[in-house]
Design a protein around this ligand. Structure first.
Ligand SMILES: O=C1O[C@H](COP(=O)(O)O)[C@@H](O)[C@H](O)[C@H]1O
Length: 223
């Protein structure tokens, strides 16, 4: 595991935002457009705030979530709303959001459109992932209904996913799309997630889905 320990969260968020911005800048020297893929949840807002003010040709950057809860943007659970509040503003307002949620009762109702839009922005240039204490990443939850399919090498790029621990239905990128990213970062905070990360290294992917990216990712941890 390529694990970087930081003395505190603030330092970690600054270092991580700088690394992501440099990787995007370097990729923009060789490609017309690049794709940044980011998590939702409670951890990444500080890194989003820092990134949104960094110098970058944001007009050539696609921004895509790792996963979304099937709720509209008025919900406090919406990862898209989090992105709009903390990342897609300031300099980064010029980036293009590729939505993982479109209004409909179920993810399956809009899957064809969403999947087509996602495939147009692959491969991911930089993926930043989070992890839950249950060792899920994106919406690859232990015990989820389509987890085995999502972990397979021939998985479709985007899947609907349901799991007891997930609350509402989810839509998520699959494991091969995450693993094939040019640069992969996993952002983890606190003692409980550190213990969960170490445990994930000893378990099969089906029990600890985050394991699917552990050999590809730089893992950033702070207490
Ligand atoms: O539900 C989700 O959880 C994970 C972890 O979130 P956190 O609140 O523990 O930081 C997140 O990475 C994912 O994108 C989100 O949908």
């Amino acid at each position: 595991m390529n694990l970087v320990d930081y003395p505190d969260r603030e330092l970690m968020m600054i270092a991580l935002a700088d690394q992501i911005a440099s990787q995007l800048r370097r990729a923009l020297e060789r490609a017309e457009r690049v794709t940044l893929c980011v998590p939702g949840g409670t951890t990444p807002a500080p890194v989003f705030e820092l990134l949104s003010e960094l110098e970058l040709d944001w007009g050539r950057v696609n921004v895509l979530l790792n996963d979304e809860r099937w709720v509209d943007e008025t919900s406090p659970r919406s990862n898209t709303a989090l992105l709009r509040r903390h990342l897609l503003k300031g300099r980064a307002a010029a980036a293009t959001l590729v939505p993982l949620y479109l209004p409909a009762p179920r993810p399956e109702d809009r899957m064809a459109e969403i999947s087509e839009a996602v495939q147009e922005v692959l491969p991911l240039t930089v993926v930043l992932l989070g992890m839950g204490e249950d060792m899920h990443t994106a919406s690859l939850f232990p015990g989820a209904d389509r987890l085995e399919e999502a972990l397979a090498n021939d998985a479709p790029p985007v899947l609907a996913m349901r799991a007891a621990a997930a609350g509402e239905p989810r839509i998520t990128l699959s494991a091969p799309v995450l693993r094939e990213a040019m640069h992969c970062h996993l952002l983890i905070t606190g003692a409980q997630k550190r213990t969960a990360l170490e445990r994930a290294g000893t378990l099969p992917e089906i029990e600890a889905p985050v394991r699917t990216v552990l050999s590809h990712a730089t893992i950033h941890w702070a207490p």
